[in-house]
Design a protein. Structure first.
Length: 229
């Protein structure tokens, strides 16, 4: 299978690229900064392209079996449109190239819903984040989802929760289900994205992925994010 992966130089993108290559797939890893991309090897083509540049996106999605977007933007109070503009360019390019399978990463925080096993801390903190420092990001995530649903492609929208790191995939919860807890391991998300690229049974569905093993507490996650900023 040949996969075009946008946002390849992000943490989830690198993991998805590694898993895809290990599974024997060909990967077009799309990044604005190819010199910073740490991976190499057979089956990998690193493509320098800005998803906001429509002319740069079109050649990337030609003759691929699936397109995966792991685009991400850090929280900011400035206006954000990378998700919506970039995804609109991907959709237009796929239509022009005749490509059909599209998988995009969204977020459960953009559409708060009932969570099995959610804590009081999560119920208190998440609304504050989504309405303050995360507002511009989640506003654009929702615009992205609207563009994907209206694309006419064989799309799947994947909504993880708060991302954290584990060394290997777990027996994660996935599918058209309620989120469980507050977190999703990046390696689980990468593993699920790869499985969806090869399986179109979730076409035109919005799916959830939740990690239930080895998860941090909400306060541990906040401290990690503060230390990394």
């Amino acid at each position: 299978m040949k996969i075009a992966l946008f946002g390849a130089n992000g943490q989830t993108g690198r993991l998805a690229t590694t898993l895809a290559l290990n599974a024997g797939h060909d990967v077009l890893a799309v990044t604005r900064r190819p010199k910073e991309f740490p991976l190499s090897g057979p089956g990998l083509t690193v493509v320098e392209a800005d998803v906001r540049d429509a002319s740069a996106v079109t050649p990337v999605v030609t003759a691929v079996d699936a397109v995966v977007s792991t685009l991400g933007v850090t929280f900011t109070r400035e206006q954000v449109d990378t998700y919506s503009v970039g995804t609109a360019n991907i959709v237009a390019a796929m239509k022009a190239a005749g490509a059909r399978r599209l998988i995009v990463v969204s977020s459960t925080a953009a559409y708060p819903t009932r969570r099995t096993g959610s804590t009081l801390a999560l119920r208190l903190v998440e609304p504050i984040i989504t309405r303050t420092i995360g507002k511009t990001v989640y506003d654009d995530v929702r615009r992205m989802e609207d563009a994907v649903r209206g694309s006419g492609l064989d799309w799947t929208i994947v909504r993880p929760s708060g991302l954290f790191d584990l060394p290997a995939p777990t027996d994660y919860v996935r599918g058209v289900v309620d989120p469980v807890g507050a977190f999703t391991a990046r390696i689980d998300l990468a593993d699920y994205l790869l499985s969806l690229a090869a399986d179109s049974t979730t076409a035109r569905q919005t799916v959830i992925i939740s990690t239930t093993e080895g998860t941090p507490t909400l306060w541990q996650m906040i401290r990690r994010e503060a230390a990394a900023s």
